[in-house]
Design a protein around this ligand. Sequence first.
Ligand SMILES: Nc1ncnc2c1ncn2[C@@H]1O[C@H](COP(=O)(O)OP(=O)(O)OP(=O)(O)O)[C@@H](O)[C@H]1O
Ligand SMILES: [Mg+2]
Length: 472
Amino acid sequence: MKSIGARLAICYVLASTVTFASLFLAGRYFVEHHAIHALDLLNQSEFEQIRASQTALGTKPSEAELRKRVQAMMSDKLELFFTEIYGPAGTVVFRSPGLHGRDMVPSPRHQAFNVDVGGLGELRAGKFALGPYTVVVATTKEHVRVVMTAYEHTFYGLLIVMIAISSVIGYGFSRMALRPLRLIQDTADHIRSDNLSERIPLSGARDEISDLARLLNQMFDRLEASFDQIRRFTAEASHELKTPLTLVRLQAEKLVVDGQLTPAQEQAVQIQIKELAHLNRIIEDLLFLSRADARAISLDLRPQDPEPLLQNFAQDAHVLAEHRQQRFFLTHHGSGKAAIESKWIRQVLLNLLSNALAASPPGSRVTLRSTLVNQCWQVRVEDEGPGVAAEQRERIFERFVRIHRPGDEDKGSGLGLAICRSIVELHLGHIFAEAGPDGRGLSMVFEIPAVTPSHTAGNIPFNAPLHSTDAA
Ligand SMILES: Nc1ncnc2c1ncn2[C@@H]1O[C@H](COP(=O)(O)OP(=O)(O)OP(=O)(O)O)[C@@H](O)[C@H]1O
Ligand SMILES: [Mg+2]
């Protein structure tokens, strides 16, 4: 069983049931014991009455007189007591008619004993000495049986009620006991690399769980410090690299412009310039990502109709697609506004388009489908390329993750989709990849909340925590 809460509740119910059952067994023993003791006392008092009726006959009454007296005495108690009198030789002197001739053989060892007489059920009997005679007085145990059966029925009824009540109490108890753990789980769930400042709330109590929460908070402190250090390092290193890199590129370009290089040297310098441009782009991308991580990107989100932006983007997209002998299509449905900053959305669209074009063969088509309905602006960029295996579709949004395919010439850095995700999330949206229509190619989808009409005239309807100052 997975849930500790369920296990705790079950243990509680089991413990309560075992305790209750033990109490029942002990109670049963005492009640039965007392009821049988009461029967023994009844038998004893009945014998006392027989003895009292015989005192006039002396210490050694004859068998006939004894029988006569006992018979007279017993006639009004036929159903209650059964009596048998044995003579000194073991012969039966008297037997109650209720016994119908059946024997109650007295136990040689016990003064009081149980005897099962066919037809009468179990009887409780007492053996007493009356001069040379042995008197056995017995009474039925039926009443004890009835009491014990009622006792058992009451127990089973109470057991069901007790299990129901203890299940409720056990469930409540386990929830209460696990509440601090759930609090830890909820907080740990929220804490991600971009949200390391949250901490587990600590209660005043100093117990094992609050010690654990304290330890986890200390670990989050250390993690946050390390992450900050890495972010600062990436931001600073990217920034510091930019100037020398620009200088090197300018020097290389100057060499080419001066025209004093041999063709082989010029070719080498051109390669250097190309690689420097590539390196420069990586540095720009890293700088962007570290600023986005540090929430130091300031977005000017304005509610606007995305259609003009899409039409404008489509003009460039047609040219880029034609350059690769591919075709670009744009569809847009719905109307409304979304809170966006055009330049960033354009960058996302360009990244997605360049990926789609790079992945698709010549002659294929890339389609951008935009829909603005149900308070959501959804954009899908569909291509006819090889697609991405389902298990890799989330990984490609990680930094520097690239899927190498045979004949892959495009020298990307694997940062494009990570940047797209940062930008879309800064717009309070999300982005994901899925299989293309009919399972062919890949569909990159991003969704950004649309602005409800009542908000379109004023500010953005959500309190975007994005407008921090540019700190990097
Ligand atoms: N439409 C697509 N079809 C197939 N694979 C894709 C598609 N888009 C992205 N990918 C895969 O995801 C990887 C990561 O894409 P991403 O845009 O992050 O990096 P990149 O294009 O390689 O480099 P960069 O964009 O930084 O120049 C790509 O290398 C590619 O393998
Ligand atoms: Mg890319």
